[in-house]
Design a binder for this molecule. Structure first.
Ligand code: MCN
Length: 794
C-alpha cells in the first residue's frame, strides 16, 4: 500500500453537493406523484366507533381513502416486532392503520390519496371519526401503578421485566454488598423524554411499474434493505421485484432505523393499487406525535462503597417509559442496563428494569440509545460518592477503572445481541489523564476562586463512558475496477450525513493504491447491494469499512495475479501506486489497473484505448477469447462480508466548565473538552465532526429538550417554537483529543464513533452545575427555572 489515505483528515467529498443545494432528498423526488396525507388520532386513548368519509368524497382531486378495513392480508396485521426477547412477555406493535383502538395522539387512522398534498389535507379535514374516549395512562410511575391499562391484555402495563445480577468475586449478591458496605447512598434519577428530531422528517415515494410488475421505492430511511424486505412480505411481492433506495437523508439519529413504518408499507401498496406514483412527506407536527421518542427513564439507585470510593455493590431499578408500542422490543432499557457500568469494575451489580406502556408515542432508539441514561446514573453515582467521602471526583473514578492490562474484560452481563458483554481493548487511566490536562482540572480550584472573587459562579464536571459499537450480524462491500481505471464501491447500509462517501473511498483508495478521485461510493441502494442491515449502533465504519477492505483485498489479489502474467513477474514483487501496477524497484515495468481491468474480461472489443493497450499485454488480438479459468470470474471485481464475533467497545471522557447566573439562574457552558477513543481513526476530521454533532445534541438533552405531556396525553410542545433545541449560539467550542487503542476484533482495528458525543453530556453538565451551585442535580434537562426552584430548596 503506497497511497496512504487511511487516517488522513481529508475534507468530506459529499459536502460540496450537500451544502450547495445539490443534495437530492426525498421531497425533491416525485414532483408529479399523487400525494398522501393521514388522519391521525387526536386522542391518547380511544375506541374508534365510526369513520364517516362521505363529506371528503366531494373534494375535487381526491383519488382514494383507506381505513384499516381496506387493508388486505398481511398488510392488515400488526407491524413486526423486530427484536423479540424472552423478557418481553407482552410485546405489542400497531397495525399500519388503527384497528378499533388508538393508543396515542398521532396514531394513523385513515390514509387519503389526492392529486396534491393540499387536496389530500382538505379531504382529511372533512373525515369524521367518532371516538369513545378511554382513560389515558401518562407518566411512567403513574402507568406502573396500573390504575388504567394501555393494552387491555397487558397486566400492570408491564411489557417486559428483566433482572441481571453479577455477584461479587466472593459470591455475595449486590444487595448484600450494598447493605454491608462501609458507606451507602440511595437516590432517584430522572431523565426526561426527548427525540432525535432530524431536520428532514421521514418520507416515502413509491412508483409501480405495471409492465414489469415491480416497485421502486425511495425512503428517507436508515435501512433500505429492511424496508425492502418488509414491503415484499407485506405486499406479497418477490424480493427482486422491489427496489428500495435511500436518497440523500437529512439526518436520522435513530428514528429512521430498520422498523418498517406504517407509511413505508402503505405508500407502496397504494402506488401498486392505483397503478402509479404516490408520495408522502412527514410534516414537523407528525414527526413530534407520530414517529418516536426516547430517553424517558426513572432510575432508583442504591450503592455501597469503601473509604477509597471503590464501589462494592450497585443496585439499580429502572422504570422505562416505552410509549404505546414496542417495535424494537426492549433494546433501549437493555442497553442502559448492560452499558451502565462504563469503564468501571464494580464489586457486585444488580439491575432490574420494567418496560412500561403509556399512552404516548412509541419509544425507539435515539442516538446513544439508552446509554445517556445509563451514564447519567453511573456518573452521578461517582460524583455522589466523591462528595460523600470528600474526595476528588477524578480520584473516585480512577479507583474503579478497569486497567489496560485487564482486557479482554468480561462484565459478566449479557449484551443486547444476546452474547456476553466483553470489552475488547481500551486505556481508561490514560484517557482520564489526557482529559484532566486538556480541561486544566488540577488548576480549576484557583480559577473558581478567582471567579468567585469577581462575583461569578463557575463549576467543573466530568463524565466517562464505554460504548458497544459495530454490532453484527454482518455488512458487505462490493468493489469493481472498470476499464477507465475507476473504482466503484458499494455497500448496502445507508448514509444520513456521517461522511461515508469519504471514509469508504479512503479505505478503498488505501487498499487498492489508487487516487481517491478515482473512487466512487454508493450506499443504501438495493439495486447495487441487496443484503445489508443498516446504519445504527455506530456500526458503519466497523462493519462496512472492514467489508470494503476485505473486498478490496480480493480485487487487489486478482489484479496482481493478472498483472503478474502480463509483466511476467512474481505477484509478490508487485506494488500498486497511483492506479498503476509495477514491479517493486522497477517503475518502468508497469501496467495500469485500467488495463488489468480489461484483461480480466476475455470478452474484449477494441472499444477504447485501454482495450487496445490490453491486447499488447495479452499478446493476442481482441478477438482471441481464452476461456475463463476454473474457479475464476470475469471482471475485476469482488465482494466480501464482515461479520464480527462480538461488538467492539469505544470509550470517551468529557469535561465541562459552566457558569451559572446568580440572579437569572441561566446556565452557560464556558468550555467543553472531549477525549475520545474509537480505535484506529479512518478520518480524524470526520470523527471530530461526529463528536461535535453528538455533543450539540447532548447539550440539548442536558439543558433544553423535553417532551411535555398533559394528563390527557396531549403533547404540549409539538413544534420548534416550544420544543427548545440548542443553536450554534448555545453550543460551545469543543476541544477534542484522540486516543487510539486499536480493536483486536477486526482487520482495520476500528471502533465506532457516531453516537459517542451525545452519551455523557447530561452527566457532565449536571456534574458541573452541581459543582458550581452545591445542589444535587438529579434530573435532566435542567432549565434556569428548574435551577431556580432547586436553589429555593437549599
Ligand atoms: N469513523 C472514522 N474512524 C473511526 C470510526 C468512525 O473515521 N474509527 C467515521 C466513519 O467512517 C463515519 C463516522 O465516523 O464516517 C461515523 O462512524 P460510525 O461510528 O461507524 O457510525 P455510523 O456511520 O454507523 O453512523 C451511525 C451513527 C448513529 S448510530 C447515529 S444515531 C447518528 C450518527 O451516526 N446519526 C447521524 N451520526 C450522525 N450524523 C449525521 N450527520 N446524521 C445522523 O443522522
Amino acid at each position: 500500500m503506497t497511497t496512504k489515505l487511511f487516517g488522513e483528515p481529508i475534507r468530506r467529498r459529499e459536502d460540496a453537493r450537500l451544502i450547495t443545494g445539490r443534495g437530492r432528498y426525498l421531497d425533491d423526488l416525485g414532483a408529479d406523484a399523487l400525494a398522501a396525507a393521514f388522519v391521525r388520532s387526536p386522542h391518547a386513548h380511544a375506541r374508534i366507533l365510526d369513520i364517516d368519509v362521505s363529506a371528503a368524497l366531494d373534494v375535487d382531486g381526491l383519488v382514494a381513502i383507506y381505513t384499516w378495513e381496506d387493508l388486505p392480508g398481511a398488510l392488515a396485521e400488526p407491524l413486526p416486532l423486530l427484536i423479540p426477547h424472552p423478557a418481553l412477555t407482552h410485546g405489542r406493535t400497531a397495525c399500519p392503520l388503527a384497528r378499533e383502538i388508538v393508543r396515542h395522539v398521532g396514531e394513523p387512522v385513515v390514509m387519503v390519496v389526492a392529486r396534491d398534498r393540499y387536496l389530500a389535507e382538505d379531504a382529511c379535514s372533512l373525515i369524521r371519526v367518532d371516538y369513545e374516549i378511554l382513560k389515558p395512562v401518562v407518566g411512567v410511575e403513574e402507568a406502573a401503578r396500573a390504575v388504567h391499562l394501555v393494552h387491555e391484555d397487558v397486566p400492570g402495563n408491564v411489557g417486559a421485566h428483566l433482572v441481571q445480577e453479577v455477584p461479587s468475586a466472593d459470591g455475595r449478591s449486590a444487595r448484600e454488598a450494598v447493605e454491608t458496605a462501609p458507606h451507602t447512598l440511595a437516590f432517584r434519577l430522572d431523565v426526561e423524554r426527548s427525540a432525535s428530531m432530524p431536520l428532514e422528517g421521514r418520507g416515502v415515494y413509491a412508483r409501480w411499474d405495471a409492465d414489469d410488475r415491480s416497485l421502486r421505492v425511495y425512503s428517507s430511511t436508515q435501512s433500505s434493505t429492511s424496508v425492502r424486505m418488509a414491503i415484499a412480505a407485506k405486499l406479497g411481492l418477490p424480493l427482486p421485484k422491489v427496489e428500495v433506495i435511500a436518497p440523500d437523508v437529512g439526518g436520522g439519529f435513530g428514528v429512521k432505523i430498520v422498523h418498517p413504518w406504517p407509511e413505508e408499507v402503505l405508500i407502496p401498496w397504494a402506488a401498486r393499487l392505483l397503478g402509479g406514483e404516490v408520495k408522502w412527506t412527514e410534516d414537523r407536527r407528525e414527526h413530534f406525535v407520530s414517529s418516536a421518542h426516547e430517553r424517558g427513564q426513572v432510575q432508583y439507585v442504591r450503592v455501597g462503597f469503601d473509604d477509597d470510593g471503590r464501589v462494592l455493590g450497585l443496585d439499580v431499578n429502572i422504570l422505562h417509559d416505552h410509549g404505546a408500542y414496542t417495535p424494537y422490543g426492549i433494546i433501549v432499557p437493555i442497553i442502559t442496563s448492560t452499558q451502565l457500568l462504563g469503564p468501571y469494575k464494580i464489586g457486585a451489580y444488580r439491575v432490574e428494569f420494567s418496560s412500561i406502556y403509556t399512552n404516548t408515542v412509541q419509544v425507539t432508539p435515539y442516538r446513544g440509545a439508552g446509554r445517556p441514561q445509563g451514564v447519567f446514573c453511573m456518573e452521578r453515582t461517582m460524583d455522589k460518592i466523591a462528595a460523600h467521602l470528600g474526595l476528588d471526583r477524578t480520584e473516585v473514578r480512577a479507583a474503579n477503572f478497569i486497567q489496560s492490562d485487564e482486557f479482554p474484560y468480561d462484565q459478566g452481563l449479557i449484551f443486547q445481541d444476546g452474547r456476553p458483554l466483553i470489552y475488547d481493548s481500551g486505556n481508561y487511566p490514560e484517557a482520564l489523564r489526557m482529559l484532566k490536562e486538556l480541561i486544566g482540572w488540577d488548576s480549576f480550584p484557583e480559577m473558581k476562586a478567582a471567579a468567585a472573587a469577581e462575583g461569578r459562579t463557575i463549576g467543573i464536571g466530568l463524565g466517562c463512558y464505554v460504548e458497544g459499537t459495530g454490532v453484527g450480524p454482518y455488512e458487505g462491500g462490493h468493489v469493481q475496477i472498470t476499464s477507465d481505471g475507476r473504482v466503484h464501491v458499494s455497500t448496502g447500509l445507508t448514509s444520513q450525513g456521517q461522511g461515508h462517501e469519504t471514509v469508504f473511498a479512503q479505505i478503498a483508495a488505501t487498499e487498492l493504491g489508487v487516487p481517491i478521485e478515482k473512487v466512487s461510493v454508493v450506499t443504501g441502494d438495493t439495486r447495487r447491494f441487496g443484503y445489508a442491515v443498516g446504519t445504527f449502533a455506530s456500526r458503519a465504519a466497523v462493519m462496512s469499512g472492514n467489508a470494503i477492505a476485505l473486498a478490496c483485498r480480493k480485487v487487489r489479489e486478482k489484479a496482481l495475479r493478472i498483472a503478474s502474467d502480463a509483466l511476467e513477474a512474481d505477484p509478490r514483487d508487485l506494488e500498486i501506486t497511483d492506479g498503476v501496477v509495477h514491479v517493486a524497484g522497477a517503475p518502468s515495468a508497469s501496467i495500469p489497473l485500467a488495463t488489468v481491468a480489461v484483461l480480466s474480461n476475455p470478452l474484449r472489443y477494441a472499444f477504447d484505448e485501454e482495450a487496445q493497450r490490453a491486447t499488447q499485454f495479452a499478446g493476442a488480438s481482441s478477438m482471441d477469447r481464452p476461456p475463463v479459468e476454473e474457479g475464476q470470474e470475469p471482471g475485476l471485481e469482488g465482494k466480501d462480508y464482515y461479520s464480527p464475533i462480538r461488538s467492539t467497545f469505544a470509550c470517551g471522557m468529557h469535561a465541562a466548565i459552566v457558569r451559572t447566573d446568580p440572579l437569572t439562574a441561566e446556565i452557560e457552558i464556558l468550555r467543553y473538552a472531549v477525549v475520545h477513543d474509537c480505535g484506529r481513526l479512518i478520518n480524524p476530521m470526520i470523527v471530530e465532526g461526529q463528536i461535535h454533532g453528538g455533543v450539540a445534541q447532548g447539550v440539548g438533552g442536558a439543558l433544553y429538550e423535553k417532551m411535555v405531556y398533559d394528563e390527557h396525553g396531549q403533547l404540549l410542545n409539538a413544534s420548534f417554537m416550544d420544543f427548545l433545541m440548542p443553536y450554534a449560539t448555545e453550543v460551545p467550542r469543543i476541544e477534542t483529543a484522540h486516543l487510539e487503542t486499536p480493536s483486536p476484533l477486526n482487520p482495520l482495528g476500528i471502533k465506532g464513533a457516531g453516537e459517542a458525543g451525545v452519551i455523557p453530556v447530561s452527566a457532565v453538565i449536571a456534574s458541573a452545575i452541581e459543582d458550581a451551585e452545591g445542589i444535587p442535580i438529579d434530573r435532566m434537562p435542567i432549565s434556569p427555572s428548574d435551577l431556580h426552584a432547586l436553589r429555593l430548596t437549599r
